[in-house]
Design a protein around this ligand. Structure first.
Ligand SMILES: Nc1ncnc2c1ncn2[C@@H]1O[C@H](COP(=O)(O)OP(=O)(O)OP(=O)(O)O)[C@@H](O)[C@H]1O
Length: 309
C-alpha cells in the first residue's frame, strides 16, 4: 500500500532517519517500536506528508507522495503525539471545528460527530469543555479528530502516553475495532506490550535505523538461541543448586528465595533434566514455567540496551 525507499531525514546537523526501507500493507496494524529519539515521529510525519524527506521516495499506490502529497492526504488520519485541541471548547465543538476543516457540513457533519463521539466513548461528556477532561479523555478526543473524514489509513503517534489504565484499554480496543472494520493502522509506541498486543507486523527502530522487523513470532524466534526456565521449589538446598549448575548447556543460574531461574541453550531438554535432579534429591517443585522471549529481549539483544534506557 505504502512503500518507503531509502528514506533519510536531516534536521540541520541531526540525522533523525538514516535511509530506511519500510512497507505498510493494506488492512494491517503496523507497529513502530523504539525508544525516545529513535526516529518514529519523523518517519510517520514523512508518511503523513507533514514534511518531505531529505532523500528517498514514499510510494503510495504507484505515486511518489513526496512529489505529489495530495495523492494521499485525504485518505490519511494523523493522531499527533501532542494534544491538539482547543481547551475552552467542548469535545463536540472541537470535532465540529476539525470536521469543517475537512470540508464537512450540515447534517453530514452532525451525524459524523455523533458517530465519532460514540467510537471514542465521549458521547456523555460531549458538551463539557476539554480543559475539564482527564488526560485519557483528551487523548480520545484527539483520536476522534483524526476519524471525522473516514480515513483509510490511521497514523497514531504514541497515543497512550501519560494516561490512566481505563482510557488506555479503551484506546487499544478502539484501535483493534477500527482495524477489524477495515482501517489500516500505523501505531508508534515505546511500550512493548502495546505493540505486541496490537500489531500484525513490527519495525523496531533505534537511532534512525530499522534494527529488526517481522511479526512478533518471527522477531522472537530470530533473536534468541536461549530459553529461560523458572522453577519454584518448596525448599532449595545447595546440592540442588550445584547439581543444576553442573549440567551441560546451563548458561546462567539465579536463585531468588525458593525460586531458581535458569537460562540455557534452546532445545536442550533442561527442564526435564532439572525435574529428574529435583526428584533424585527429594526437592519438591511447587510450580515451573518456560519464559517466552519478549520484544524487549529483542531490542536488548540488538542494541545492548533496554527500551527505557
Ligand atoms: N524539529 C526538529 N529539529 C531538530 N531535531 C529534531 C527535530 N525533531 C526531531 N529531532 C531529532 O531527531 C531525532 C529523532 O526524533 P523523533 O521525534 O523522530 O524520534 P521518536 O522516535 O519519535 O522519539 P519521541 O517519541 O521522543 O518523539 C531525535 O534526535 C530528535 O531530537
Amino acid at each position: 500500500m505504502i512503500k518507503l525507499i531509502r528514506v533519510r531525514k536531516l534536521y540541520k546537523s541531526t540525522e533523525a532517519v538514516k535511509g530506511i526501507d519500510m512497507e505498510i500493507r493494506e488492512g494491517e496494524i503496523l507497529g513502530l517500536l523504539g525508544p525516545n529519539g529513535a526516529g518514529k515521529s519523523t518517519t510517520i510525519s514523512i508518511i503523513s506528508t507533514l514534511f518531505p524527506p531529505t532523500e528517498g521516495q514514499v510510494i503510495f499506490e504507484g505515486q511518489d507522495i513526496v512529489k505529489n502529497p495530495k495523492a494521499i492526504r485525504r485518505l490519511l488520519g494523523m493522531v499527533p503525539q501532542e494534544i491538539a485541541l482547543y481547551p475552552e471548547l467542548s469535545a463536540y465543538e472541537n470535532l465540529k471545528f476539525f470536521g469543517k476543516l475537512y470540508g464537512l457540513n450540515g447534517a453530514e457533519l452532525e451525524s459524523k460527530i455523533d458517530e465519532v463521539l460514540n467510537i471514542i466513548g465521549m458521547s456523555e461528556k460531549a458538551k463539557t469543555p476539554v480543559k475539564t477532561y482527564s488526560g485519557g479523555m483528551k487523548r480520545r478526543v484527539n483520536i476522534g479528530c483524526a476519524l471525522l473524514h473516514n480515513p483509510k489509513i490511521l497514523i497514531m503517534d504514541e497515543p497512550t502516553v501519560g494516561i490512566d489504565t481505563q482510557s488506555r484499554t479503551y484506546i487499544l480496543e478502539t484501535v483493534k475495532k477500527l482495524n477489524r472494520e477495515g482501517m489500516t493502522i500505523v501505531y508508534t509506541s515505546h511500550y512493548m506490550d502495546e505493540v505486541e498486543y496490537l500489531c500484525d507486523r513490527i519495525y523496531i527502530m533505534d537511532d534512525g535505523h530499522i534494527i529488526a522487523q517481522g511479526t512478533k513470532e518471527e522477531l522472537k524466534a530470530s533473536m534468541t538461541k536461549e530459553n529461560t526456565i523458572i522453577i519454584n521449589f518448596e525448599y532449595i538446598n545447595n546440592n540442588l543448586v550445584d547439581a543444576i549448575k553442573s549440567m551441560q548447556d546451563v548458561k546462567s543460574l539465579i536463585v531468588e528465595g525458593d525460586t531458581i531461574k535458569v537460562t540455557c541453550e534452546k532445545n536442550s531438554n533442561l527442564l526435564q533434566k532439572t525435574l529428574l535432579i529435583a526428584q533424585d534429591l527429594d526437592c519438591v517443585i511447587t510450580s515451573f514455567f518456560v519464559k517466552e522471549p519478549t520484544l524487549e529481549d529483542v531490542f536488548l539483544s540488538k542494541t545492548g540496551r533496554t527500551l527505557r534506557d
